[in-house]
Each structure stands twice: as C-alpha cells, then as structure tokens.
Design a protein around this ligand. Structure first.
Ligand code: TYC
Length: 113
C-alpha cells in the first residue's frame, strides 16, 4: 500500500531519469545592490558637496574633495553602493539636507548591473 509517509516534496523524482529536468541549484540569491550617485549643477558650492560626502558617506576630506571634483568635471559620480534600504536613506538624507540649505544638489540611486 502507498502511504503518505513515503511521499517527499521537492524536486526529487523516482523515474530513473537522472533528475535532468527537475534537479535545481540551491539558489541563495543575494539581494541587489544600488549605486548612489551625486549629480553636478552650476549653483551648489563645492565646499557644501565636500561636506555632504564627509557627513553622509563617511569619506575623509581628501576622498570627498576628489569625488566632488569628479562630479564637477564628469557630471555625476557614484559615491557609494548599498542595499536598497540604506541607499534610499542616503538619498533622502542628502536631498533633505540640500533642500534645507537651499542648494539644488541632486542625489539619485540606481540598481547595480
Ligand atoms: N559645479 C558646482 C560648482 O561649480 C560644484 C558641484 C560639484 C555641484 C558636485 C554639485 O554634485 C555636485 N560650484
């Protein structure tokens, strides 16, 4: 007699067909990462951008100055790569800080790859 105690869930089968179609990789997919970017504009003072990079992205002054200059010259730069939640928080913090200081500085996020 067939009994429930012998039934197994999942990809296994018992047709002797070597599990070609149903055997799958154990997939532990890492969550996606997000690039946080700063955009150039003509009005935000360079020192303010440097301060933002130090304050919200934990960069030292030299690193912050370098990234600020990259944004100034190239139009934008990635300032960090984070989980979705952390990236959203960084973007919101920068946008709010810039707004409070009446600078048009823009910060955005984009899924990596
Ligand atoms: N272009 C600005 C200036 O000349 C400086 C600046 C740099 C602004 C980076 C925004 O994300 C930025 N004052």
């Amino acid at each position: 007699m067939h009994s429930d105690v012998h039934m197994m869930a999942g990809p296994s089968n018992d047709d002797g067909d070597a599990d070609v179609l149903t055997d799958t990789k154990p997939k532990t997919k890492r969550p996606p990462l997000y690039k946080v970017m700063l955009l150039n504009d003509d009005y935000t003072p360079m020192e303010f951008v440097v301060h933002v990079l130090e304050r919200f992205f934990g960069l030292n002054h030299a690193q912050a100055f370098e990234i600020m200059l990259t944004v100034h010259k190239k139009g934008l730069a990635v300032v960090g790569v984070f989980s979705h939640e952390i990236a959203e928080t960084k973007v919101a913090q920068v946008m709010d800080y810039a707004r409070r200081h009446q600078h048009p500085l823009q910060c955005t996020m984009e899924k990596e790859e």
